[in-house]
Design a binder for this molecule. Sequence first.
Ligand SMILES: [Zn+2]
Length: 137
Amino acid sequence: MSKGSRQRPVENPQQFENNWEQIFNKKKVTKMINKAHPKYEDLTEEQEESIDALHQVRNILEKTASVSPDLAKKLYRLWYENEMTLQILWGFIPDYTLIKYWNYPHCLCPKLDNDDAYPTGYYVVNQGCPVHGKAVT
Ligand SMILES: [Zn+2]
C-alpha cells in the first residue's frame, strides 16, 4: 500500500463535521455520571464534569487493578481516595463506611456478608485478601 492511497479528499465537508458531532455526542452519551442521583440537579456544570472525570479514573483504575492482585494492591489507595473525592464532589461529608471496597478487583473479602451489613460500617475483612488482608506479598 502506497502512502498516497490513505489520503482521500473530503468530498463533503458537511459530512465530515457531522461525524465529529456524532463522536462528540457519543462521548456525551457515555458520561458516567448518575443522573438519577438525588443530588444531580444541584450540581454545577463544573462539578458534573469533575464527577464524570473521576468516574473515568475509577474505571481506568479498576481495569488496571484487575490485571493482577499485585497491581490491585498497589492501586488501592488511589482508588480509595478517588471514591472519597467523589463523595465530596457529590456534596457529601466523606464517609469511608459508604465505600464498597469488597467489589474492588481481586478482593477476597466476603461480598454477601458485607453487602448485607452495608452501610453500617461493620464489614468483614478476609485476612487472606491480597488487597485488604495482612498476608505478606
Ligand atoms: Zn478485600
